[in-house]
Design a protein around this ligand. Structure first.
Ligand SMILES: Nc1ncnc2c1ncn2[C@@H]1O[C@H](COP(=O)(O)OP(=O)(O)OP(=O)(O)O)[C@@H](O)[C@H]1O
Ligand SMILES: [Mg+2]
Length: 234
């Protein structure tokens, strides 16, 4: 579904991504793990053209998307849930969800999807008229994920959806990601919470200071000695 080949990204003099190559297969969950500053968010931002690649290729469904705008990439079916609960605090839950569907015109489909996603996140259904900013942190995170889904993406990229959540909510959101995947949506997940993420991942990569240093199935990386030491706190 998505292929990244030799991608280089610079922020001024900082070489943030050093020629990384990886794949996100259709219908699967692929996870990127890595320490703070490794370049995980930069990878997602580069894919949806929020930062420019200096070189390399990004192919989505075999089409090169390097030189497209973010808007065009969203319309092709890529959606990103950014790091840190970037919802609109002064808009209601309903209005936030509507914004997620801004590029769609199929009113019925939008209503059906909203129903489906409110089933995934029952808390949101009760709170459609509440202002986003007054939701709890975990609820805001769920709203951010639901809003990302409202564009009915083919590829959903999630940047640390469990950040700052209590352990039970981490499980809940990881469970929802698994359900989303079963709906046929391809997932690229970035997580600090490596254990929870690897458990549900079909494929995973380890990013270290801008380089991909390890790849394997989720289960393989869970059992990898280096991963255990560095990311699973064993
Ligand atoms: N806008 C920017 N300007 C300059 N440097 C940046 C910018 N954004 C990120 N960087 C640098 O690029 C590197 C990679 O950052 P990135 O945000 O991709 O890391 P990350 O893996 O997502 O980390 P975290 O787990 O802390 O979110 C870091 O060294 C960071 O300081
Ligand atoms: Mg990040």
């Amino acid at each position: 579904m998505l292929k990244v080949e030799g991608m280089n990204v610079f922020y001024g003099g900082i070489h943030a991504l050093k020629g990384i190559t990886f794949e996100v297969p259709k219908g699967k969950i692929t996870t990127l793990i890595g320490a703070n500053g490794a370049g995980k968010s930069t990878t997602l931002r580069a894919i949806c053209s929020l930062v420019k690649c200096k070189s390399g290729k990004i192919l989505f469904q075999d089409k090169e998307i390097n030189n497209l705008s973010t808007d065009q990439i969203v319309k092709m079916g890529v959606s990103m849930v950014p790091e840190g609960r970037k919802i609109f605090p002064n808009l209601t839950v309903q209005e936030n969800l509507n914004l997620g569907a801004f590029a769609r015109e199929d009113k019925e489909g939008i209503a059906q999807d909203q129903d489906l996603f409110c089933e995934l996140f029952p808390r949101l259904r009760e709170r459609l008229w509440q202002k986003g900013g007054t939701l709890s942190g975990g609820e805001q995170q769920m709203l951010a994920v639901a809003r990302g889904l409202m564009s009915r993406p083919k590829l959903l990229m999630l940047d640390e959806p469990s950040l700052g959540l209590a352990p039970l909510l981490v499980q809940e959101i990881i469970g929802v990601i698994q359900k989303i995947s079963k709906e046929g949506i391809t997932i690229l997940l970035v997580e600090q919470n490596a254990f929870a993420a690897l458990k549900i991942s079909d494929y995973a990569y380890v990013l270290e200071t801008g380089c991909l240093v390890l790849k394997g199935s989720g289960a393989e990386l869970l059992n990898d000695e280096k991963v255990k030491k560095a990311y699973l706190g064993e």
